[in-house]
Ligand binder design. Structure first.
Ligand code: SF4
Ligand code: SF4
Length: 362
């Protein structure tokens, strides 16, 4: 923990607040139990759900790729969800959609998934990082390993933390500048319809299937840093995290501390993985808050800390955050399927030809 946090944690008052005993679950108090569901457990359930979905998509995609090769014996369909891993193509599609209203048909699911991430970020801050992203889950677990080894995670001093945090915004700014500032419509269409973009998912798979020595070293360094510095990749380098953080700042939801109920124990600040001084704030309005709700879970007084809808100052249950985040993604998928903007327009035959032309050595 940072020294200034320790210095500002008020001493405990002489009384201890006691949580009331839980009543048994009945049909009448179902809503009460929903309100009391542990945020951490809820978040883990959502995270592992998305991880399972990603692994399933990955497995289906590998089968699809194998089926395109001469050795393939089955006709496996392509899972459109794989387009979640093509963020630059999705950003280009977003610019095309904003300018023309057309959804480009090569990777339409990628655009809808990007839209879902932006919507989740607006309504639930940077929840993409702490509730959905498998890299975020991996990062949390690496940091937990680090804490078990050394007893704590390293918190960088402010003079190093701030410049490093700006790297992800610079990377995002670069992509936005190129796509929105430097490319015209012809450039965009040219790239989106190019064989390179059509086979981008297969190129990505082959990149990780046959990693170069440089790739292995870079991944190992990032994993090593994430063990000792919590969320190293997410906090300092990820442009997707930067986008979610900026959109989240404009949203209506905040962590809010009710000063009359707060007993100044400082547990919320100690639990915050983003090292935010929650115990000294009334409302958490930081780009680093990922609405992970660890502070809410750690607070011994349920009325003192919670998620609030800013204009109405209404308390939002953790269960609603979970349902909201999952619901936005399910809505995007359902909309894509119903409107016909989910499956890629590239046919199986075209993809086989592209692979032979563009990737002759595979
Ligand atoms: S303030 Fe609370 S919700 Fe936000 S990152 Fe810190 S612990 Fe998570
Ligand atoms: S908000 Fe809760 S955890 Fe934070 S200082 Fe107050 S009582 Fe303690």
């Amino acid at each position: 923990m940072r020294p200034y946090l320790q210095a500002n944690i008020a001493p405990k008052r002489s009384f201890q607040w006691k949580r009331p005993a839980a009543s048994p679950l009945t049909i009448h108090n179902l809503a009460d139990h929903g309100r009391r569901l542990k945020p951490h457990r809820l978040r883990r359930m959502v995270q592992f759900g998305f991880l399972a979905a990603c692994l399933w998509i990955g497995w289906c995609f590998i089968r699809y790729y194998e089926s395109l090769t001469p050795a393939g014996r089955h006709v496996d369909p392509r899972p459109p969800g794989v387009e979640a891993f093509l963020p630059i193509s999705a950003l280009m599609s977003a610019r095309l959609w904003l300018q023309t209203g057309a959804i480009q048909p090569v990777h339409p699911a990628g655009l809808l998934i990007l839209g879902a991430i932006l919507a989740a970020s607006f309504f639930f801050k940077r929840s993409f990082c702490s509730w959905i992203c498998p890299i975020g889950l991996l990062s949390e677990n690496l940091a937990d390993i680090g804490r078990k080894i050394t007893g704590r995670n390293l918190v960088l001093p402010r003079w190093a933390d701030w410049p490093l945090r700006s790297i992800k915004y610079l990377l995002l700014g670069f992509f936005v500048w190129v796509i929105f500032g430097r490319m015209d419509l012809n450039d965009l269409r040219g790239f989106l319809e190019s064989p390179f973009n059509q086979t981008a998912d297969i190129r990505l798979w082959l990149f990780f299937r046959h990693p170069s020595t440089t790739t292995i070293v870079v991944l190992a360094v990032l994993a090593g840093l994430s063990i000792f510095i919590r969320h190293f990749w997410c906090r300092y380098l990820c442009p997707y995290g930067a986008l979610a953080a900026l959109v989240g700042l404009a949203g209506p939801v905040r962590i809010r501390r009710e000063i009359p109920s707060c007993i100044d124990c400082g547990k919320c600040a100690r639990a915050c993985p983003a090292s935010l001084p929650v115990n000294r704030l009334v409302s958490v309005h930081s780009d680093e808050c990922s609405l992970c709700l660890e502070c809410v879970e750690s607070c011994p007084v349920p009325a003192a800390l919670g998620v609030n809808l800013a204009p109405a100052r209404r308390r939002v249950w953790p269960l609603l955050v979970a349902l909201g985040v999952v619901g936005i993604f399910l809505f995007a998928i359902a909309y894509g399927k119903i409107s016909g903007h989910w499956q890629s327009s590239v046919t199986r035959q075209e993809m086989m030809e592209q692979i032979q032309l563009a990737l002759p050595s595979q």
